[in-house]
Design a protein around this ligand. Structure first.
Ligand code: GSH
Length: 203
């Protein structure tokens, strides 16, 4: 059975959410989010960077939330949740699948680091403030893209929505969506009311 190494509110939420959307049977293995556990010899055999998420699927071991979401979607998903080369929307699908982690999540990770994760003596308020600005600018781009759409590709949800959706999950925890632009707010309402998201977020 698919085993997902998971800790609440971390990027492993993406993987649990994808498994829920796809209806894949899985075991969620709780990993305490602390350096002693993440950098332990035992966990490093599963996740060499000492980070979440990590999965074990038969003989397959993987890390990187985007790669795992793509792998699970290709293995267990079907159109329109999964998109393939040849589909005119495939380039846009790939673009947002990656933008969720590569563009939208880094400013949020900085905010987390510089407001709560690092010991107070190592937090830099300026980094947190600039990251809020950067995130808000990027949210405007997402908002313009979402105009007239239910999900990133139009009417149907796909795996890229989960990648982007996790960034919005974090942003909502940080109260950064309270004044978000209208299409982003509606989109987040749509995503967060999905039963698969709610089951995953409760783990
Ligand atoms: N790009 C990686 C980032 C993984 C990552 O940094 N995960 C965080 C949790 S959200 C973590 O485990 N950090 C602990 C650490 O790196 O020490 C992914 O998307 O999986």
């Amino acid at each position: 059975m698919l085993k997902i190494h998971h800790s609440k509110h971390t990027r492993s939420l993406r993987v649990v959410w994808i498994a829920e959307e796809l209806g894949v049977t899985y075991e969620s293995h709780h990993v305490p989010f602390d350096p002693a556990t993440l950098k332990s010899d035992e966990f490093l055999t599963v996740s060499p960077f000492g980070a979440l998420p990590a999965i074990e699927d038969g003989g397959v071991r993987m890390v990187e939330s985007g790669a795992i979401c793509q792998y699970l979607t290709e293995k267990y998903g079907k159109h329109p949740f999964r998109r393939e080369m040849g589909d005119p929307l495939y380039p846009l699908y790939l673009q947002w699948l990656h933008a969720g982690e590569a563009t939208l999540t880094p400013p949020l990770a900085n905010i987390a680091q510089h407001t709560s994760i690092r010991p107070e003596s190592r937090r830099i308020p300026q980094v947190a403030a600039e990251s809020v600005e950067t995130f808000n600018e990027r949210l405007q781009v997402l908002d313009r893209h979402l105009a007239g759409k239910h999900y990133l590709l139009g009417a149907d949800m796909c795996a890229a929505d989960v990648m982007v959706g996790y960034a919005l999950h974090l942003a909502s925890l940080f109260k950064l969506l309270d004044n978000a632009p209208m299409h982003v707010k509606d989109y987040w309402k749509r995503l967060s009311s999905r039963p698969a998201y709610q089951r995953a977020a409760a783990k």
